[in-house]
Ligand binder design. Structure first.
Ligand SMILES: Nc1ncnc2c1ncn2[C@@H]1O[C@H](COP(=O)(O)OP(=O)(O)OP(=O)(O)O)[C@@H](O)[C@H]1O
Ligand SMILES: O=C(O)[C@@H](O)C(=O)CO
Length: 417
């Protein structure tokens, strides 16, 4: 294994694995820290953690454990993947985890670059945009667990870390890899070793990747991985063999969705126009009145692609959180989705689509999925994956995918182009 990656959620990890696979690295995603060695042909390993919204100390401990495993697989470089919208709170977990990994690796110039142009995330003057809106006006200010109300990533990071935050400007990135390398050294030499790096395009990410060739640790969204495989290729270390992934023809498809993000709500609305959809009432889940088995039975009785969703607009989410408490509501819904996934698979579902990072984490853990083999891309940031001989799965980050995502994912999982 050459590149060892730690993802702070499950959908984000598959986003990263998708980027690395597209760039020609043989990539595998692991659910949590494996307790056995990786297969010898894996070139990039992504250890998916569910550490985005847990207490910072726990996120650090888990990430360091993942780092130890990746080091033991022989990795030469390490990547900490977080959300392209920098989902975190002032307590963490991006800053504290990155600082702990940097200390463990002895890296004194750590890149922070959440940029993912294919999904509209760009960074300039240290400010993160989603399409043409500042992060704080993009809908992310209403995120149920990590509302993002400050678009200046330098300021957000500074509130999370012990060390000092530096910046590499867009003007420097535009000058090329040597200029970025020099700027990283300048910032680190001035004691600002946690360095936010601007980027607007895939070409900028390739430049930053080239400049990061000798860095032990880089951090960012999946975009920061774009330029790293080229360094290994240049060194003659990548085999270029194809993975031979195949879709799942037999069985049935179902979709589950706990994401409340703006894009997901559009996808749910589009799906409802043509296909069966069951709205999960959060209050009834929390009270125990609605069971996962009942929802699974409903799904399994439908023709076409059934979708079970709890997605709601920010006002309804807030009302549920006020009635029950944020953590209790999230825990109840996530354990419901884990049960639902188990019931669906037990009922014959072989192609499962899950939307939402926390939701997908619960689904993957609920199904006890171990190693995920990366297949073709469904939409930017979302690959089809094989979880075992009888199950293929797609994990969609909240804001990813086109409006017809659910139907498209079903086709890809079946093996259609
Ligand atoms: N109807 C609802 N009322 C209150 N909370 C809800 C409701 N539906 C979902 N939630 C909670 O909202 C959160 C959604 O998080 P999740 O990570 O799954 O989606 P997301 O935030 O859109 O995705 P991502 O993190 O990938 O962008 C979960 O904690 C879930 O329990
Ligand atoms: O980077 C992203 O936006 C996604 O991979 C993700 O992590 C959202 O949960």
């Amino acid at each position: 294994m050459l590149l060892g990656c730690i993802g702070d959620d499950f959908t984000g990890s598959s986003d990263l694995a998708n980027t690395l696979a597209k760039q020609g690295m043989r990539t595998v995603q692991y659910t949590g820290v494996p307790d056995a060695p990786a297969a010898p042909d894996v070139e990039a390993g992504v250890v998916a953690l569910k550490s985005r919204s847990i207490p910072a100390a726990e996120a650090i401990a888990l990430s360091l454990k993942a780092l130890d495993w990746l080091k033991a697989q022989g990795c030469r470089q390490f990547l900490f993947k977080y959300c392209s919208t920098f989902d975190s709170t002032d307590e963490g977990n991006i800053g504290p985890v990155a600082e702990a990994l940097a200390a463990a690796l002895g890296e004194d110039a750590v890149i922070f670059c959440p940029v993912f142009p294919a999904t509209g995330r760009t960074l300039v003057h240290g400010h993160l945009f989603v399409a043409d809106r500042l992060l704080s006006e993009s809908g992310m200010q209403h995120h149920p667990l990590t509302p993002m109300t400050d678009p200046d990533i330098r300021r957000v990071l500074a509130r999370q870390v012990k060390g000092s935050v530096g910046h590499v400007s867009y003007a420097e990135v535009a000058k090329g890899a040597a200029a970025v390398e020099a700027a990283l050294q300048r910032e680190s030499g001035a004691g600002r070793g946690l360095i936010v790096v601007d980027a607007l395009s895939d070409a900028d990410l390739m430049t930053i990747g080239e400049a990061a060739a000798s860095r032990k640790l880089v951090t960012g969204g999946s975009g920061i991985a774009m330029g790293l495989p080229a360094n290994f290729r240049k060194a003659g270390l990548i085999s270029g063999a194809s993975s031979g992934w195949q879709g799942q023809g037999e069985g049935r498809t179902a979709a589950v969705c706990g994401s409340c993000s703006v894009m997901t709500q559009k996808q749910v609305a589009a799906h409802r126009q043509t296909s069966p959809a069951f709205e999960i009432d959060a209050d009834k889940v929390i009270s125990g009145e609605l069971t996962a088995q009942a929802v699974a039975d409903w799904c399994l009785a439908q023709q076409g692609l059934p979708l079970a969703y709890s997605s709601a607009d920010p006002a309804r989410v807030r009302a549920v959180q006020e009635r029950h408490g944020k953590e209790k509501a999230a825990a109840a819904l996530e354990s419901f989705f884990a049960d639902l996934a188990r019931c669906l698979v037990a009922g014959g579902v072989t192609r499962l689509i899950s939307a939402g990072g926390e939701t997908s984490g619960a689904v993957v853990e609920g199904l006890k999925l171990g190693t995920l083999e990366i297949g073709p891309e469904i939409d930017p940031g979302v690959p089809a994956m094989r979880a075992g001989p009888g199950l293929v799965i797609a994990l969609k980050s909240g804001n990813f995918g086109a409006e017809d995502f659910f139907a498209k994912a079903a086709r890809r999982l079946e093996g259609q182009a």
